[in-house]
Design a binder for this molecule. Sequence first.
Ligand code: IVH
Length: 672
Amino acid sequence: MTKTEAATRIQKLREQINDYRHHYHVLDESTMSEAAADSLKHELSVLETAYPELITADSPTQRVAGAVLSGFQSVAHAGRMLSLNDVFSRAEVEAWVGRTHKLLSPKEVARAEYFADIKMDGLACSLVYEDGLLVRGVTRGDGLVGEDVTANIRTIESIPLTLRQTADADAFLAGRTEVRGEIVMYKADFTALNAVREAEGQALFANPRNTAAGTIRQLDPSLVAGRKLHFRAYDLIRDDLAEVPSNSYAYQALRSLGFLVNTQSQIFTDLDALMGFVQHWDEARKKLVFNTDGLVVKLNDRAVYARLGVVGKAPRAAIAYKFAAEQATTVLEDIRVSIGRTGAVTPYAVLTPVSIAGSTVSRATLHNEDEIRRKDLRIGDTVIIQKAGDIIPEVMESLPKLRTGSERVFVMPTQIDGIAVVRPEGEAVARLADLTVGEVRWQQLIHFVSKAAFDIDGLGERTLAGLIEEGLVERSVDIFKLTAEDLLNLEGFAAVSAAKLVDSILAHRTVTLSRFIYALGIRHVGDKTATDVARHFRSLGQFRVADPAQFDSIDGVGGVVASSLASWLGEATNQVLIDDLLSAGVVVTDEAAPVTGKLTGTTWVLTGTLPSLSREAASEIIERQGGKTAGSVSARTSYVLAGEEAGSKLAKARALGIAILDEAAFIQLTGS
Ligand code: IVH
């Protein structure tokens, strides 16, 4: 990016972020997730770091959140309440460590300890004690001047009004002691509070942090007392720095003085272990009683910490590691289309790779043209991407304010490789008009030989491509007409390998009806549906002449699937294909009727170790008598067969009131 381009981008980002802030802080409206806004802020600060000459005093990066409210006395902090710079990856932690090392002596580097703690999502507050007595509580405000909220914070039970006298920290009982920490509302209390408000028809609060912040700024302390807030300390400040030699010592002393301190904090000396801690809490944070969006990592030695000083509004010796957010912003570089086995033409997003929820995202489906229009996505747009857990990434929306004018609207191609793209009236999906050529034919053939269909091993993608190229295979049926001589024309085939593949094809000509139906590649018919349909008709003869109305009555087959099956069979060319396959030697065996027995209609979950039966043996007994087995307990589970050391499945079964059998009862029930 050139400097001019950076300047334009910086300007656009500032406008977008300011717009977000105004809506969020003034109008109480949310125009995008905090994660998406953070992502934009991060991009801005990266650009400003690269081009410091472009930083202006009014940039959102230069602003410290919060302003003094009238109604409270303004109080200047003895020492500025700083913020932290955010990092999002191991590489950024490494870069920070590298920067700090340059400012340390070799001896200090060798001894360096990193003190990590959970970063609480609340509001920062400074408490001042004189000779052990609480004299003042002040909000962070702009970092330099905050609001005197002493009357309010005195109602918070976890704030000691006098410091506890204990032998190991009594030095702090004399003179001025400042304790800084976070005021938080616990998740459960927040939920309960909102439930009451909902019942009373009052407006709901947005999140625990906003609620805690709003509460602390109430002018009536009795209202504060009614809301359950907690103070968790993270900093202990004395005029004489030497009295608090390390951050870990500060935590110990704070605990002795009577403060609530996070028990999760830990000292690290190596990066791998620190990153392990990050990974652990990224997942485990869900179980914390309060919200967190990351960790705080500081150099443990306070003399070094102080010496390293401050850049901007953040100490050099500390960072905030932000957990992978589930949303981020990136650039939609292009919109391309992919072609599916059934001819569907699906647009997808090509994105500037962005790290989100722990993985890098560079592609995302856009579903169809209408979706693209509804979300107003243009090629070149900055977009918000969301990825929650294992869910596939999704493009949520575009940020039109960041447009430069060079963005392009996506148009669905009217043809691909000479094949027309059509969109039937009333359908969302565009399709190729001819399914017997090109990419679709290719996908269909791959599907035809795949594991769950004809399962022809030895006929891999490369061989198939060669066969198509040589004109030896056009339709699936051609596979069964291949001879060893044909194959010798292909690269990589010699007499032995050619004979081997022909044998393999011969050996796989016989399939069950369910495999056959699946192999046909009918829209919406996956292997489960194919099995349901096959079990219903039992024979190919019955299936191919089925009355369309019959499909609707099959268990597990819905309207869309039924009409897809009916229209496929109604097509003359498809009936010809079936005939051709049979003439080429394909044998379709009747589908075995599902076993019926004593256990028909029941679903079983096996857990723990049984005294004599193996799991396989028990499953076989169940299936032989018509029952099904499943991996997890749900309301649909009929029985749980439990042995020794059965764990969570058993507990869940108990909770759901599901019948639990031991081996003896099982043997008695099944008569085995
Ligand atoms: S240490 C320079 N430890 O995060 C400030 N801060 O972005 C270093 N916070 O304003 C403070 N949990 O209010 C520290 N365990 C923790 C924290 C924590 C939350 C807040 C704090 C500060 C902000 C920095």
